[in-house]
Write a new protein. Structure first.
Length: 119
């Protein structure tokens, strides 16, 4: 198991930047994948970015070239650097950890952090 705590959200003007942090309660070295999702009001939760244990990263088309996911093993933390923010990036951002189990994998979620981008 793992507990995840996100931080770094806030209110920013369009074109601005924010860096989100997701701190895990234990080492992330053996976690299959760490991901950032977001959910806007009235919409389904969507994948924003993923980094795997092997170092592969993937981004949603809508954030490619603007967002960057990274991890710091020493701090058990995953970051999401968000640049050139747009009003449509407004959402609650969630961190997810996918951890291997004997029978496959389990997902663990943080509580989310609000990002609001004003026009």
């Amino acid at each position: 198991q793992v507990q995840l705590v996100e931080s770094g959200g806030g209110l920013v003007q369009a074109g601005g930047s924010l860096r989100l942090s997701c701190v895990a309660s234990r080492s992330i070295f053996d976690i299959n994948a760490m991901s950032w999702y977001r959910q806007a009001p009235g919409k389904q939760r969507e994948l924003v970015a993923t980094v795997t244990s092997g170092g592969n990263v993937n981004y949603a088309d809508s954030v490619k070239g603007r967002f960057a996911i990274s991890r710091d093993y020493a701090k058990s933390t995953v970051y999401l650097q968000m640049n050139s923010l747009k009003p449509e990036d407004t959402a609650v951002y969630y961190c997810k950890a996918t951890i291997p189990t004997r029978f496959g994998a389990s997902d663990y979620w943080g509580q989310g952090t609000q990002v609001t981008v004003s026009s």
